[in-house]
Design a protein around this ligand. Structure first.
Ligand code: GLP
Length: 248
C-alpha cells in the first residue's frame, strides 16, 4: 500500500482533491465512457469535497460524465433527514457541481425490500465493469464503509448491524444521544470495494484514527479490523495527517 502523510488536514485533503481531478481529467470521460467514482461520507472527506467544488468553480473539472456510487446509508433515515448520507452528499457536494442526478447512486435505506435494494446496487456496479477510483474513510476501529468487525473478505452489499463503538462515535451527529443513532445501515461489502475497484484511496485524519490506520497498515489481515483487508488490493493509497499516522 502506498502512503502519503501530511502535516495538516488541509494539505492532505487538497492532495486527494487534486489527485481525483487529475485522474478524471486524464481519463477524458464521455457519456459512453463515464468515470466511475466511489464516495464516502463522514467528517474526513469534507475538506476534499470543498476543494473539489472550488476546482469545479474555477473550471478545472466537470462531473458531467462522472458516475458516483456512495459507500453506505443508514437504514430508516429519509433523504431529507439532515443526518442521512443522501442529505450529506447533496448538501456538501452534489448540489454544488454539475453532476447529472441520474449519475448519482446512493443506497436507499428506506427501501421496503432491502435485500433487493442491495442486490441491485451490487449488480449496477458490476454492470459498469469497474470503479475507477474508490475513495473511502476509516471508522475508529477500522471499519471501511459500514463494514464492521466480522466483515469477511467476500462480503458484498448488505444490511449491517452497527457495533456500539460506531454508534457512540456517530452519536456526535445525533445530539450526542445514542438512542437517536440508527442501529442498522446498508453498505457495500469488502469484496464490492476490493474486487471492483481499479484504485482505492482512503483519507484518514485526526489522532483518534491512529489505531485504525495502524491496523490497516500493520495489522494481521482479517475480519477483526476490516480495513486490514485493504492489504489484499494491489492499488491502495492511504492519505493521512501526522496526527493519525501511527509512527509519529
Ligand atoms: C461513518 C461512515 C464511514 C466513515 C466513518 C468515519 O461510520 N459510515 O464510511 O468512514 O464514519 O467518519 P469520520 O470521517 O467522520 O470519522
Amino acid at each position: 500500500m502506498r502512503q502519503a502523510t501530511f502535516s495538516n488536514k488541509q494539505d492532505a485533503s487538497n492532495y486527494v482533491a487534486q489527485y481525483i481531478v487529475d485522474k478524471i481529467n486524464s481519463f477524458r470521460p464521455t457519456p459512453l465512457k463515464p468515470f466511475i467514482l466511489g464516495l464516502p461520507t463522514g467528517s474526513s472527506p469534507e475538506g476534499i469535497y470543498k476543494k473539489l467544488i472550488e476546482y469545479y468553480n474555477q473550471g478545472k473539472i466537470s462531473f458531467q460524465n462522472v458516475v458516483t456510487f456512495n459507500m453506505d446509508e443508514y437504514v430508516g433515515l429519509s433523504p431529507v433527514n439532515d443526518q442521512s448520507y443522501h442529505y450529506f452528499m447533496y448538501n456538501k457536494f452534489f448540489n454544488h457541481i454539475d453532476i447529472p442526478k441520474e449519475n448519482i447512486n446512493i443506497l436507499n435505506g428506506l427501501s421496503n425490500n432491502i435485500e433487493q435494494e442491495c442486490k441491485n446496487y451490487e449488480e449496477k456496479i458490476k454492470k459498469y465493469g469497474k470503479i475507477h477510483l474508490f475513495l473511502g474513510g476509516l471508522g475508529i476501529e477500522g471499519h471501511l464503509a459500514f463494514n464492521e468487525t466480522g466483515s469477511s473478505r467476500d462480503s458484498i452489499t448488505r444490511k449491517i448491524e452497527l457495533v456500539p463503538s460506531t454508534i457512540e462515535a456517530n452519536s456526535r451527529f445525533f445530539d450526542n444521544d445514542l438512542n437517536k443513532v440508527p442501529k442498522f445501515a446498508l453498505s457495500v461489502g469488502i469484496s464490492t470495494i476490493l474486487d471492483n475497484s481499479e484504485e482505492i484511496i482512503v483519507i484518514i485524519l485526526g489522532k483518534n484514527k491512529k489505531f485504525a490506520l495502524d491496523q490497516t497498515i500493520n495489522g494481521k489481515m482479517g475480519s477483526k479490523y476490516p480495513s486490514s483487508w485493504l492489504q489484499d488490493h494491489p492499488n491502495v493509497l492511504l492519505v493521512s495527517d501526522f496526527e493519525a499516522y501511527p509512527k509519529l
